[in-house]
Design a protein around this ligand. Structure first.
Ligand code: SAM
Length: 344
């Protein structure tokens, strides 16, 4: 039976998060405006009204709260202290003049100047979202979560948690102690923390190309049973064939060139056991919500996202099917889509 109290408290938490990050989003926008702004970009495709966006955001929060009430996954337990969060926000505001300067001059090169930049692929050593240091600095890893939540009005965590629903279906009747999950491009480990809270005994791994982000991910799991972290390129995952029950990948594919997207998919299919589950979460693509296509057109112009336009029209179904990952389900979750696929 659904737990109405759990549903209500998760919904209240989501609403508080939305209120908080909306205020920060507004402050960031105002400060960026004062620092200087590029001429507004007017997309040719349609954009949703604010009311439409808010309706969909509310639907995401309600779906998340119902999943908690239905016991699909536990309520949100934020990591870190309030003091730590405020410190991250302060650092984000302190970094704003630099990111604004970079956005104005379309300069996305600070990552290429970081130590270690010569040992990662060129497509990676760029300042995605104009983040200072790209993915290659400790400072960027510290700020990433508040930057992303600010951008999405506090909904990023709920969009990621949408991946827990197909995992819950898959896990039903199975013994988690004998099972393994790897999160490919785990970033700062926000999703891994959710998985760990839901499945304390699952064998968990997080893979990412950034050591700084993996260090942050390790911190996010503090106090919980640890996961194994692997610093590696998702194009060559250092795990044996058919070794994983579940692979997840969240907000990675839109940051990969088309050929790399295909290589990473082949790697995911290779490491999955037959019958294993792949759960993908990433941005909407063109046509998913036709009235929103203008947002997808504007996004890579406002934020440094060099492969987004290609991603937005790429045929993901074909890529996954070609790698042997059959369709199970697809659903939309605000600005993201969640696809569950099974290896044949
Ligand atoms: C937009 S972030 C998403 C991170 C995380 N999954 C989340 O939900 O926030 C993209 C992540 O992909 C990682 N990444 C990008 N290209 C990669 C590659 N070729 N191999 C491994 N990790 C990669 C980056 O280091 C970064 O942590």
């Amino acid at each position: 039976m659904a737990d109405a109290f759990a549903t209500a408290s998760q919904l209240a938490g989501n609403a508080a998060r939305f209120g908080w990050y909306s205020s920060i989003n507004w402050l960031v926008g105002r400060q960026a405006q004062q620092l200087g702004s590029r001429p507004a970009y007017h997309p040719e495709r349609p954009v949703p009204s604010r009311a439409e966006l808010m309706r969909d955001l509310r639907a995401l929060f309600v779906r998340d709260a119902k999943a908690v009430g239905d016991g699909l996954y536990p309520p949100t337990e934020p990591a870190g202290s309030v003091a730590d969060h405020l410190q991250q926000l302060r650092a984000m505001f302190a970094d704003l003049p630099e990111t604004t300067r970079r956005r104005m001059s379309q300069d996305a090169q600070s990552a290429a100047e970081q130590p270690g930049a010569d040992s990662v692929p060129d497509y990676y050593a760029q300042d995605f979202h104009f983040q200072t240091g790209g993915y290659l600095s400790e400072e960027s890893a510290r700020l990433y979560d508040v930057q992303v939540e600010t951008l999405f009005y506090g909904s990023a965590a709920a969009m990621r948690r949408a991946a827990l629903a197909p995992i819950a279906d898959f896990m039903r009747g199975r013994d988690q102690r004998t099972m393994s999950l790897v999160d490919v491009a785990c970033g700062t480990g926000r999703f891994l923390r959710n998985v760990r809270l839901a499945y304390p005994a699952l064998r968990l791994k997080g893979l990412d190309l950034s050591q700084a982000y993996l260090d942050e991910a390790q911190r996010h799991l503090d106090g919980l049973r640890p996961a194994a972290f692997i610093a590696a390129n998702a194009e060559a995952i250092p795990l044996p064939d058919e070794s994983q029950d579940i692979v997840t990948s969240i907000f990675l594919f839109h940051e990969l060139p088309g050929d790399v997207r295909r290589r990473v998919t082949a790697e995911i299919a290779r490491i999955l056991k037959p019958g294993g589950l792949f759960v993908f979460v990433d941005s909407l693509q063109m046509g998913d919500r036709p009235g929103w296509d203008g947002l997808l057109e504007a996004f890579p112009v406002r934020f440094h996202e060099p492969y987004f336009a290609h991603y937005a029209t790429d045929d993901l179904d074909a890529i996954f099917a070609e790698a042997g990952l059959a369709h199970e389900s697809t659903s939309l979750a605000f600005m993201s889509k969640v696809m569950a696929r099974r290896k044949g």
